[in-house]
Design a protein around this ligand. Structure first.
Ligand SMILES: C[S@@+](CC[C@H](N)C(=O)[O-])C[C@H]1O[C@@H](n2cnc3c(N)ncnc32)[C@H](O)[C@@H]1O
Length: 340
């Protein structure tokens, strides 16, 4: 299903695709619109040659592709946060419609589970799109963001987040050749790229899909799920007989809902989960890095961390946007508890 792959690829290229293009003149716009309609017509004709569920799925894919292309076209003319949101929403809706249609080919409980998963993924995608829109308020911020994305692409990185880890590594020596790294919240994979550039072996997880990268074992899933830590541990055992890691890096950023206290609790919950996981699987001397917001980690957590690591500090890498409250907690020199 090349069409599905294209749709997924479109969904993943997300922000970059919609913001990296220059505005068009009227004639170009009209021609592009005609092309979109023609592509849709062709795709529908192809779908008509199919039968049953395959035909329905194909039709939804064709419609989704058309909607995404239209939203992208509008975003070229009016490159702003609202247009980017519309593109992201078109992608999310298209993926949802296709996923639901595929579920219809199942029966009984499998069908119900499939639909529930599809709905949950849709809700998550929409929340992510809203967060991106909220974070990209001023026009200056948008053009700055575009420049960052272009800069990342120029260096062959999947996103500007790559620069943050690169800078933290250059300053604090986090990544050693041959080291085993756990990357939590890894998509689209910028940190994995930096880690593998330094010849590290990586086990990574994210709610979202991530394109393959040599040297990285990737799981799509929620790190907060009960079975996620065990899945990561099983993979670590394959990389290193000790089953331990040299560093646990978390760039996880849970969806925000705009309610300050709730958002803070959600963020702290993932930081804490990442921290306790790191305490289980780090080698002596290991490193823990986590993204935190709004004044850093909670005092209790920080107190505990200072007992378990030789050095703990909050830093803001230069690549981290100044208008964001994001900062990183770097804890080095892990001291495992004496099990005796
Ligand atoms: C800022 S992005 C990470 C960027 C990444 N470090 C890079 O260099 O490409 C944050 C990621 O955290 C993921 N995330 C948030 N909560 C998560 C969770 N509970 N489990 C897994 N991934 C999560 C999001 O899906 C998102 O892709």
């Amino acid at each position: 299903m090349n069409f599905t792959r294209n749709l997924i690829a479109l969904a993943l290229t997300g922000f970059v695709a919609s913001t990296g293009m220059a505005a068009m003149d009227k004639a170009e716009h009209a021609a592009a619109k005609d092309r979109i309609s023609a592509d849709y017509k062709l795709a529908k004709e192809h779908c008509d040659t199919l039968k049953d569920n395959a035909k329905d799925v194909c039709m939804k894919e064709a419609k989704g592709k058309q909607d995404i292309a239209k939203a992208e076209l509008d975003a070229r003319d009016k490159p702003d946060a609202k247009s980017d949101y519309k593109v992201a929403k078109a992608r999310a809706d298209a993926n949802y419609e296709v996923a639901k249609e595929k579920c219809d080919d199942m029966s009984g409980n499998a069908k119900d589970v499939c639909k529930k998963d599809a709905k949950a993924a849709h809700v998550r995608a929409l929340e992510n799109a809203k967060v991106a829109r909220a974070e990209a308020k001023p026009a200056d911020n948008m053009s700055e963001k575009r420049a960052d994305v272009a800069e990342a692409k120029k260096h062959g990185y999947r996103g500007r987040a790559a620069f943050k880890l690169k800078e933290m590594d250059e300053k604090h020596g986090l990544l050693k050749p041959g080291a085993v790294i756990v990357d939590l919240g890894a998509a689209p994979g910028g940190w994995c790229q930096i880690a593998t550039e330094k010849k590290c072996k990586v086990v990574a997880i994210d709610l979202l899909d991530m394109d393959e990268l040599p040297g990285v074992v990737f799981f799509k899933g929620d790190f907060m799920d009960d079975d996620a830590p065990d899945k990561l541990k099983t993979e670590l055992l394959k990389l290193d007989r000790s089953g331990l890691a040299d560093a646990v890096l978390s760039d996880m950023a849970p969806n925000t809902i705009g309610h300050k206290q709730t958002d803070h609790l959600r963020i702290m919950a993932v930081v804490e989960a990442a921290y306790y996981f790191a305490c289980e699987i780090l080698k002596p001397g290991g490193t823990f890095v986590a993204k935190v917001f709004q004044g850093g980690a909670e005092q209790d957590l920080l107190k505990d961390m200072k007992k378990r690591f030789e050095k703990v500090k909050h830093i803001k890498p230069p690549a981290s946007r100044k208008d964001s409250s994001e900062q990183y907690l770097i804890a080095t020199g892990f001291k495992p508890l004496d099990k005796g």
